[in-house]
Design a protein around this ligand. Structure first.
Ligand SMILES: Nc1ncnc2c1ncn2[C@@H]1O[C@H](COP(=O)(O)OP(=O)(O)OP(=O)(O)O)[C@@H](O)[C@H]1O
Length: 458
């Protein structure tokens, strides 16, 4: 079990992790999610004793990492697959790690086999592809047959077969009763691999719950309704009836409607009352990716802007105006591609809106664009529609029944409302002590924070 209490890490004026408390339990795969720069790697490095918390603490099996007896046999980690001496063969790299930790040499051949590198074990790792390097990093993590495993982006660079293999490996390790903590940006992968999720944004805890609960709490269910093809008047009649009843409808690519704000039986009754035949009426739940986007969109530090040199943009409007060249955040600017779906942020403190979404006043459309009017054309491809601006606060979930679910908006620092949030200012933080040197029992394949640059470019 990994347990963090009030974990905080500052690098000079930069607060990378703030007041994080969570538990990672054995027997499950726990996904660790958060936007770029949200503090996932920093947290993992603190768990592994490679970074020293500014305050708070994190323990593995009740001990700080440095207090763990024979740590490399108890904790394995893949943090940075490139942290390998490229001139050494894969086998020699693992052998040197094994020797440092008192692990028998035969285990090296075992783990080379487990990760599928047995045929290239004597080749120098500098010739390895990204995926082979990942496999070598995973082999290093498995070397001590540890009960606790941390993987930072393990599927990075792996081909589909490799991704499937990692998924099965994680699940198998958890089924053996081990603690498996894995960060990833691949939501579809996490949805299939993880049992539980810990989500952070700007270094602070945003969600700690099962995958199922996470999707339930952060997504709006919807109904797909399809009227007969080639009968636009039927579709328009249905649209009018849905809107009159307080529902919202968005066009889907295949001509169906995505309806929120009305339960399925009501939609059926409305269609019947309007004398409209239906080819489809089906319930849907958003994906983990949609739920994640919805929760974290207020915590994203790095957003892309359109490339004005692509020749595809109108001239930029004056700052502060939404002129023809203004590009909404995350809107696709590629010809022939529709803007990516933009999930609206739920209003802070809003209750869970129920399986078919909130009533109209709460139910911002799930797709780009304004709610569709009867007879209105579907949004043109390649034309980003107006979008709801991101809101800073994540939604508040309902409390679970008898569970350990917690989900919080980023917490204000202790000290009351007048205390500045470290994320709101660049005010100097208390000085951080010099990074500790290589701790005894450093996890194979990882480097202490003394190897990292703690400074920031001006
Ligand atoms: N050694 C360091 N010195 C200074 N700042 C650092 C250091 N390590 C991390 N940071 C900063 O702390 C913040 C969190 O970084 P971290 O690498 O933990 O994020 P992350 O969630 O792992 O990001 P990503 O998903 O992009 O890998 C970032 O703003 C980063 O620039």
């Amino acid at each position: 079990m990994i347990e963090a209490y009030g974990l905080t890490k500052r690098y000079g004026a930069k607060t990378a992790v703030y007041n994080l408390s969570f538990q990672v339990r054995p027997g499950a795969v726990t996904g660790f999610l958060g936007p770029n720069g949200s503090g996932k790697s920093t947290t993992m490095r603190m768990i592994l004793g490679l970074d020293t918390p500014t305050s708070g603490q994190v323990t593995v099996g009740g001990h700080t990492f440095r207090g763990l007896p024979n740590a490399p046999r108890q904790v394995g980690a893949l943090l940075d697959a490139k942290a390998v001496h490229g001139g050494r063969s894969a086998r020699n790299h693992l052998l040197s790690l094994a020797q440092l930790s008192g692990i028998p040499a035969r285990r090296v051949d075992e783990v080379l086999g487990v990760v599928g590198l047995q045929d290239v074990g004597r080749k120098r790792s500098k010739g390895f592809s990204l995926g082979m390097g990942q496999r070598l990093g995973i082999a290093a993590a498995l070397l001590g047959d540890p009960q606790v495993l941390l993987f930072d982006e393990p599927v990075n660079g792996l081909d589909p077969e490799g991704i499937l293999w990692v998924r099965n490996l994680m699940r198998q390790l958890a089924a053996e009763g081990r603690t498996v903590f894995v960060s990833s940006h691949l939501m579809s992968e996490m949805a299939q691999t993880a049992d539980h999720l810990i989500v952070i944004g700007r270094g602070q805890l945003m969600a700690d719950m099962s995958v199922r609960e996470f999707i339930e709490h952060n997504s709006i269910g919807f109904a797909r309704v399809r009227t007969p093809d080639g009968a636009p008047e039927q579709r328009e009649k249905l649209l009018a009836a849905l809107q009159e009843a307080g529902g919202q409808a968005q066009p889907e690519e295949d001509g169906a409607l995505r309806v929120t704000g009305l339960p399925l039986p009501r939609i059926s009754d409305l269609a019947h009352g309007a004398d409209v035949r239906l080819w489809e009426l089906s319930p849907h739940q958003a994906s983990l990716e949609e739920a994640y986007m919805r929760l974290t969109q207020g915590s994203v530090d790095y957003r892309s802007t359109a490339d004005m040199r692509s020749g595809l943009q109108q001239p930029m409007a004056a700052p502060g105006t939404a002129g023809p060249g203004a590009v909404p955040p995350q809107a696709a600017a590629v010809p022939g591609m529709a803007a990516a779906p933009q999930m609206p942020a739920a209003p802070q403190g809003a209750p869970y809106p129920g399986p078919y979404g909130p009533p109209q006043q709460q139910g911002a459309p799930m797709q780009p664009g304004v709610p569709m009017q009867p007879g209105a054309p579907a949004p043109q491809q390649g034309v980003p529609a107006p979008q709801t601006p991101p809101q800073a606060a994540p939604p508040q979930p309902r409390a679970p029944e008898g569970g350990t679910l917690q989900m919080r908006a980023p917490q204000a620092p202790a000290g009351g409302p007048g205390t500045p949030n470290p994320y709101a200012t660049d005010s100097p933080a208390p000085p951080v002590g010099p990074p500790a040197g290589n701790p005894p029992g450093t996890v194979p394949g990882t480097a202490p924070d003394s190897a990292k640059n703690e400074g920031e470019d001006a």
